[in-house]
Design a protein. Structure first.
Length: 119
């Protein structure tokens, strides 16, 4: 996913560059228009926009317009956190294969607030 973000930023930069710098128009196209790859990239981008719009819409309905605007950057942060967690899980798995020991399940320590019913 991180590679996709870098590629999307580079693609957007290429489009802006071609539109603003006269000499950049001579650069070859990143993706030829009308090809299968072009249509797949357009479909994927449209689905991403749709997903983010729905996320913002439903967050806004539940928590208000400010949180709806915050939902957009939170989606990208959540993907980055997920990437780091997957990377850590892969490292731990490879480490367990090398050391020939089963991976240890790390449970989340939950702390619940004390209520009057608990006392």
């Amino acid at each position: 996913m991180i590679v996709a973000y870098v590629a999307a930023i580079a693609y957007a930069a290429a489009i802006v560059l071609k539109g603003t710098v006269p000499d950049a128009r001579a650069l070859p196209a990143v993706v030829e228009r009308g090809t299968a790859l072009d249509w797949l990239l357009r479909l994927t981008a449209a689905l991403l926009v749709w997903r983010l719009a729905m996320r913002m819409l439903f967050t806004g309905r539940q928590h208000g317009p400010v949180e709806a605007l915050r939902a957009l950057p939170r989606a990208f942060v959540a993907n980055f956190v997920n990437f780091l967690a997957a990377l850590r899980a892969c490292r731990r798995y490879v480490r367990s294969l090398v050391s020939k020991t089963p991976p240890v399940w790390e449970k989340t320590a939950h702390r619940f607030p004390q209520t009057a019913a608990d006392e």
